[in-house]
Design a protein around this ligand. Structure first.
Ligand code: NI
Length: 261
Protein backbone atom coordinates (compact mmCIF):
# COMPACT_ATOMS: atom_id res chain seq x y z
CA UNK A 1 0.00 0.00 0.00
CA UNK A 2 1.17 3.53 -0.72
CA UNK A 3 1.20 6.12 2.02
CA UNK A 4 -1.72 7.89 0.32
CA UNK A 5 -3.76 4.67 0.44
CA UNK A 6 -2.87 4.10 4.09
CA UNK A 7 -3.93 7.65 4.99
CA UNK A 8 -7.18 7.25 3.04
CA UNK A 9 -7.76 4.11 5.08
CA UNK A 10 -7.16 6.03 8.32
CA UNK A 11 -9.71 8.65 7.22
CA UNK A 12 -12.41 6.15 6.27
CA UNK A 13 -12.00 4.29 9.58
CA UNK A 14 -12.05 7.60 11.46
CA UNK A 15 -15.24 8.95 9.88
CA UNK A 16 -17.07 5.72 10.72
CA UNK A 17 -16.30 6.50 14.35
CA UNK A 18 -16.79 10.26 14.00
CA UNK A 19 -19.23 10.89 11.12
CA UNK A 20 -19.49 14.55 12.18
CA UNK A 21 -15.92 15.07 10.92
CA UNK A 22 -17.27 15.38 7.39
CA UNK A 23 -19.48 18.30 8.50
CA UNK A 24 -16.62 19.94 10.42
CA UNK A 25 -14.43 19.78 7.34
CA UNK A 26 -17.14 21.36 5.19
CA UNK A 27 -17.92 24.10 7.74
CA UNK A 28 -14.27 25.15 8.07
CA UNK A 29 -12.87 24.75 4.61
CA UNK A 30 -15.73 24.45 2.13
CA UNK A 31 -14.29 22.50 -0.74
CA UNK A 32 -10.72 23.73 -0.25
CA UNK A 33 -8.15 20.97 0.29
CA UNK A 34 -7.05 20.56 3.89
CA UNK A 35 -3.70 19.81 5.44
CA UNK A 36 -3.83 17.40 8.37
CA UNK A 37 -1.38 18.47 11.05
CA UNK A 38 -1.41 15.06 12.70
CA UNK A 39 -3.31 11.83 13.16
CA UNK A 40 -3.26 10.33 16.66
CA UNK A 41 -3.34 6.73 17.89
CA UNK A 42 -3.44 5.08 21.29
CA UNK A 43 -1.70 1.88 22.35
CA UNK A 44 -0.23 -0.02 25.31
CA UNK A 45 3.38 -0.72 26.29
CA UNK A 46 2.74 -4.43 25.82
CA UNK A 47 4.82 -6.40 23.31
CA UNK A 48 4.26 -6.32 20.24
CA UNK A 49 2.00 -3.25 20.49
CA UNK A 50 4.51 -0.73 21.85
CA UNK A 51 4.84 2.58 19.98
CA UNK A 52 8.21 1.65 18.47
CA UNK A 53 6.73 -1.61 17.15
CA UNK A 54 3.46 -0.33 15.68
CA UNK A 55 5.25 2.66 14.11
CA UNK A 56 7.62 0.46 12.12
CA UNK A 57 5.50 0.26 8.91
CA UNK A 58 5.69 4.08 8.84
CA UNK A 59 9.42 4.27 9.49
CA UNK A 60 9.95 2.09 6.42
CA UNK A 61 7.80 4.58 4.47
CA UNK A 62 9.97 7.55 5.33
CA UNK A 63 8.60 8.71 8.70
CA UNK A 64 11.17 9.71 11.31
CA UNK A 65 10.89 9.69 15.11
CA UNK A 66 10.89 13.25 16.49
CA UNK A 67 9.60 14.38 19.90
CA UNK A 68 9.06 12.31 23.09
CA UNK A 69 6.47 13.35 25.68
CA UNK A 70 5.65 12.11 29.19
CA UNK A 71 2.22 12.50 30.82
CA UNK A 72 2.92 11.54 34.41
CA UNK A 73 -0.60 11.76 35.87
CA UNK A 74 -2.21 9.83 33.02
CA UNK A 75 0.67 7.28 32.99
CA UNK A 76 1.24 7.88 29.29
CA UNK A 77 4.22 8.26 27.07
CA UNK A 78 4.04 9.56 23.49
CA UNK A 79 6.21 9.95 20.43
CA UNK A 80 5.59 11.94 17.30
CA UNK A 81 6.78 11.04 13.83
CA UNK A 82 7.26 13.31 10.83
CA UNK A 83 7.57 12.63 7.13
CA UNK A 84 10.07 14.73 5.14
CA UNK A 85 7.28 15.49 2.68
CA UNK A 86 5.14 17.88 4.70
CA UNK A 87 1.96 17.09 2.80
CA UNK A 88 1.85 13.97 4.99
CA UNK A 89 0.49 14.41 8.53
CA UNK A 90 2.61 13.86 11.58
CA UNK A 91 1.72 10.73 13.56
CA UNK A 92 1.21 11.20 17.29
CA UNK A 93 1.23 7.84 19.07
CA UNK A 94 0.73 7.55 22.81
CA UNK A 95 0.89 4.44 24.98
CA UNK A 96 -0.41 3.57 28.43
CA UNK A 97 2.39 2.45 30.75
CA UNK A 98 0.39 -0.51 32.03
CA UNK A 99 3.15 -1.60 34.42
CA UNK A 100 2.37 1.56 36.44
CA UNK A 101 -1.34 0.60 36.65
CA UNK A 102 -3.35 -1.77 38.87
CA UNK A 103 -2.96 -5.52 38.56
CA UNK A 104 -6.59 -5.66 37.33
CA UNK A 105 -5.81 -3.27 34.46
CA UNK A 106 -2.58 -5.08 33.64
CA UNK A 107 -4.17 -8.53 33.51
CA UNK A 108 -7.19 -7.26 31.52
CA UNK A 109 -5.00 -5.63 28.86
CA UNK A 110 -2.56 -8.52 28.73
CA UNK A 111 -5.34 -11.07 28.20
CA UNK A 112 -7.12 -9.12 25.48
CA UNK A 113 -4.05 -8.51 23.35
CA UNK A 114 -3.08 -12.18 23.71
CA UNK A 115 -6.31 -13.23 21.99
CA UNK A 116 -4.64 -12.45 18.67
CA UNK A 117 -1.04 -13.63 19.10
CA UNK A 118 -0.17 -13.74 15.40
CA UNK A 119 -1.66 -10.44 14.22
CA UNK A 120 0.52 -8.73 11.61
CA UNK A 121 1.91 -5.33 12.60
CA UNK A 122 1.65 -3.98 9.08
CA UNK A 123 0.31 -0.85 7.40
CA UNK A 124 -3.29 -1.96 8.08
CA UNK A 125 -2.72 -2.58 11.76
CA UNK A 126 -3.65 0.93 12.92
CA UNK A 127 -7.17 0.41 11.58
CA UNK A 128 -7.51 -3.13 13.04
CA UNK A 129 -9.87 -1.92 15.77
CA UNK A 130 -10.67 -4.36 18.58
CA UNK A 131 -10.59 -8.15 18.30
CA UNK A 132 -11.64 -8.93 21.88
CA UNK A 133 -15.11 -9.20 23.46
CA UNK A 134 -16.07 -6.34 25.80
CA UNK A 135 -18.09 -6.22 29.02
CA UNK A 136 -19.61 -3.11 30.57
CA UNK A 137 -18.51 -4.20 34.05
CA UNK A 138 -14.87 -4.32 32.92
CA UNK A 139 -15.26 -1.01 31.04
CA UNK A 140 -16.59 0.69 34.18
CA UNK A 141 -13.76 -0.64 36.31
CA UNK A 142 -11.15 0.51 33.80
CA UNK A 143 -12.87 3.89 33.49
CA UNK A 144 -12.61 4.44 37.23
CA UNK A 145 -8.85 4.01 36.96
CA UNK A 146 -7.96 5.39 33.50
CA UNK A 147 -10.21 6.98 30.89
CA UNK A 148 -7.50 6.21 28.35
CA UNK A 149 -7.54 2.48 29.21
CA UNK A 150 -11.36 2.36 29.02
CA UNK A 151 -11.35 4.05 25.59
CA UNK A 152 -8.70 1.67 24.30
CA UNK A 153 -10.63 -1.33 25.66
CA UNK A 154 -13.70 -0.34 23.59
CA UNK A 155 -12.09 0.92 20.38
CA UNK A 156 -8.62 -0.63 20.12
CA UNK A 157 -6.36 0.30 17.21
CA UNK A 158 -8.08 3.08 15.26
CA UNK A 159 -7.27 6.73 14.58
CA UNK A 160 -8.27 8.58 17.77
CA UNK A 161 -8.38 11.97 16.06
CA UNK A 162 -7.46 13.88 12.94
CA UNK A 163 -6.21 17.46 13.22
CA UNK A 164 -6.79 20.31 10.79
CA UNK A 165 -3.80 22.62 10.38
CA UNK A 166 -5.56 25.98 10.70
CA UNK A 167 -2.59 27.76 9.08
CA UNK A 168 -3.66 26.20 5.76
CA UNK A 169 -7.25 27.52 5.83
CA UNK A 170 -7.90 30.44 3.54
CA UNK A 171 -10.91 32.16 5.10
CA UNK A 172 -10.35 31.34 8.80
CA UNK A 173 -7.03 32.28 10.38
CA UNK A 174 -7.43 31.71 14.12
CA UNK A 175 -8.79 29.18 16.60
CA UNK A 176 -11.26 31.63 18.15
CA UNK A 177 -13.08 31.77 14.80
CA UNK A 178 -12.81 27.99 14.31
CA UNK A 179 -14.43 27.39 17.69
CA UNK A 180 -17.13 30.06 17.18
CA UNK A 181 -18.03 28.68 13.77
CA UNK A 182 -18.35 25.12 15.09
CA UNK A 183 -20.35 26.12 18.18
CA UNK A 184 -22.75 28.03 15.93
CA UNK A 185 -23.35 24.72 14.16
CA UNK A 186 -24.06 22.97 17.47
CA UNK A 187 -20.67 21.37 18.11
CA UNK A 188 -19.43 21.09 21.69
CA UNK A 189 -15.78 21.97 22.27
CA UNK A 190 -13.43 20.48 24.85
CA UNK A 191 -13.18 23.21 27.51
CA UNK A 192 -10.77 21.36 29.83
CA UNK A 193 -7.82 23.71 30.31
CA UNK A 194 -9.71 26.41 28.33
CA UNK A 195 -11.14 26.16 24.85
CA UNK A 196 -7.75 27.05 23.36
CA UNK A 197 -4.70 25.31 24.77
CA UNK A 198 -1.27 26.88 24.29
CA UNK A 199 -0.35 30.18 22.63
CA UNK A 200 1.97 31.70 20.05
CA UNK A 201 4.87 31.67 22.55
CA UNK A 202 4.68 27.90 23.10
CA UNK A 203 4.50 27.58 19.28
CA UNK A 204 1.25 25.68 19.16
CA UNK A 205 -2.39 26.55 19.81
CA UNK A 206 -4.88 23.69 19.90
CA UNK A 207 -8.60 23.14 20.35
CA UNK A 208 -10.86 20.14 19.79
CA UNK A 209 -14.44 19.01 19.61
CA UNK A 210 -15.76 16.59 22.20
CA UNK A 211 -15.63 13.01 20.96
CA UNK A 212 -18.66 11.84 18.98
CA UNK A 213 -20.69 9.29 20.99
CA UNK A 214 -21.42 6.06 19.13
CA UNK A 215 -23.52 3.06 20.22
CA UNK A 216 -21.37 0.24 21.56
CA UNK A 217 -22.69 -3.27 22.23
CA UNK A 218 -21.22 -4.86 25.37
CA UNK A 219 -21.64 -8.62 25.83
CA UNK A 220 -23.22 -8.20 29.27
CA UNK A 221 -25.83 -5.59 28.15
CA UNK A 222 -29.05 -6.02 26.20
CA UNK A 223 -28.91 -2.63 24.50
CA UNK A 224 -26.00 -0.67 22.99
CA UNK A 225 -24.61 2.16 25.13
CA UNK A 226 -23.29 5.48 23.78
CA UNK A 227 -19.55 5.84 24.33
CA UNK A 228 -17.46 8.88 23.18
CA UNK A 229 -15.37 7.63 20.25
CA UNK A 230 -13.29 10.06 18.18
CA UNK A 231 -12.90 13.83 18.00
CA UNK A 232 -11.55 16.48 15.63
CA UNK A 233 -8.64 18.67 16.65
CA UNK A 234 -7.51 22.04 15.29
CA UNK A 235 -3.93 23.26 15.45
CA UNK A 236 -2.38 26.62 14.69
CA UNK A 237 1.41 26.56 14.57
CA UNK A 238 3.79 29.49 15.11
CA UNK A 239 7.45 30.18 14.29
CA UNK A 240 8.02 26.85 12.58
CA UNK A 241 7.43 24.83 15.78
CA UNK A 242 6.56 21.26 14.72
CA UNK A 243 6.43 19.53 18.12
CA UNK A 244 3.76 19.19 20.81
CA UNK A 245 3.21 20.85 24.19
CA UNK A 246 2.69 18.39 27.05
CA UNK A 247 0.41 20.64 29.16
CA UNK A 248 -1.88 21.20 26.15
CA UNK A 249 -1.92 17.61 24.89
CA UNK A 250 -2.71 16.45 28.44
CA UNK A 251 -6.01 18.37 28.21
CA UNK A 252 -6.67 17.39 24.58
CA UNK A 253 -6.65 13.72 25.72
CA UNK A 254 -9.71 14.58 27.80
CA UNK A 255 -11.82 15.11 24.65
CA UNK A 256 -12.92 11.47 25.00
CA UNK A 257 -13.99 11.77 28.67
CA UNK A 258 -17.48 10.37 29.13
CA UNK A 259 -18.02 12.95 31.90
CA UNK A 260 -17.96 15.68 29.21
CA UNK A 261 -21.25 14.50 27.75
NI1 NI B 1 -3.70 15.75 18.74
Amino acid sequence: MTLDQILANFWSTYIELNPSAVDVKRILSGSDPLINDHVAFRTLNIDPFKICQIASPFLTRGYQAKGDYVFTNKKLLAHHFEHPNQIYPKLFISQLQVDLCSSFLQSTMQSLVELQPTIAIDEKFLTAGRWWPIEKSTYDRLLAESEYAAWFYVFGFVPNHFTILVNCLTEITDLVTVNQRLKKHGFKMNTNGGEIKGNSVTGLEQSSTLAYPIPVQFSDQNEPILIPACYYEFAKRHNGFSGFVVESADKIFESTNSSNA
